[in-house]
Design a protein around this ligand. Structure first.
Ligand SMILES: NC(=O)c1ccc[n+]([C@@H]2O[C@H](COP(=O)([O-])OP(=O)(O)OC[C@H]3O[C@@H](n4cnc5c(N)ncnc54)[C@H](OP(=O)(O)O)[C@@H]3O)[C@@H](O)[C@H]2O)c1
Length: 235
């Protein structure tokens, strides 16, 4: 099972929890971190790649094919998150980076590894895209992030048709699960005030949603929000 962006936070948590469930996990990272050392110490294999351009992504796919004969699931968690820059040339660089990370890398990995994806006990294999509640109700200041994540959501829908019946393709759409330093205290307060369950959810509910998709053989083309209900009241 491949988990991308596993060198910190949610991806790290997913890699650890899925290994605890008995899966053989291959954890992708861009930047080496203490968490990668923790994964290695747990016996989890890791693989480095920067999804910054098509050559790097294609070489990553070739490396995966050489290294593994079969995958039970692909979990696309790697993501770039930032407010859209006012300066147009900086915004152009952001578009390039967010597009390759949120759309081109998942697409090339999914297409490249499709023949190696095999389910268990006669059930389909899984592809899971970690998206965002922004794909339904976008935040204007984060429009490049949001539109490229919406592309990842749409790709989930089309690949659910294209890869059936042997592979299920679904999304998990987090809301406020782990704040970053890009969220000021005021923004955090506003987000929580818009969240019916009124707290930062943490990484475990994201894992639980992933787990429920892996366990259910008859869901495809679906998105599970993990947002404490924020999508209902987000401005
Ligand atoms: N945290 C939340 O509350 C929240 C809310 C909504 C949606 N989500 C979604 O949930 C997922 C995990 O969130 P998170 O907060 O744990 O994310 P995060 O802390 O921003 O981590 C993102 C991961 O993606 C990797 N990455 C970024 N650009 C990359 C590139 N060009 N090539 C390869 N790897 C790259 C990062 O590597 P580096 O360490 O090298 O940068 C990091 O491992 C993301 O898909 C995010 O969009 C999270």
């Amino acid at each position: 099972m491949l988990v991308t962006g596993a060198n910190r936070r949610i991806g790290f948590h997913l890699a650890k929890r899925l290994q605890q469930d008995g899966y053989t996990v291959l954890a992708h990272y861009r930047t080496p971190t203490d968490e990668i050392q923790v994964l290695n110490d747990l016996g989890i294999e890791t693989i480095q790649a920067d999804f910054s351009d098509s050559d790097a992504i294609l070489s990553f796919v070739s490396g995966l094919k050489e290294r593994c004969q079969s995958f039970r699931a692909l979990i696309h968690n790697a993501s770039s998150f930032d407010k859209t820059a006012d300066d147009l040339s900086v915004a152009a660089q952001q578009y390039q980076q967010f597009f390759t990370t949120h759309m081109m890398a998942p697409y090339l990995i999914n297409k490249g590894l499709q023949p190696l994806l095999h389910g268990e006990n006669g059930n389909p294999a899984d592809i899971i895209h970690i998206t965002d509640i922004n794909v339904e109700n976008p935040t204007p200041d984060f429009d490049i992030y949001g539109t490229t994540k919406a592309g990842l959501h749409n790709m989930m829908l089309v690949l659910a048709k294209k890869f059936a019946p042997t592979i299920k393709v679904n999304a998990v759409a987090p809301g406020p699960v782990l704040f970053t330093d890009k969220h000021s205290i005021d923004v955090q307060k506003q987000m929580l005030s818009e969240t019916p369950l009124a707290k930062e959810g943490g990484a475990e509910p994201v894992y639980l949603a992933v787990r429920s998709l892996l366990d259910n053989p008859f869901i495809t083309g679906a998105s599970i929000p993990v947002d404490g209900g924020r999508r209902l009241s987000k401005r």
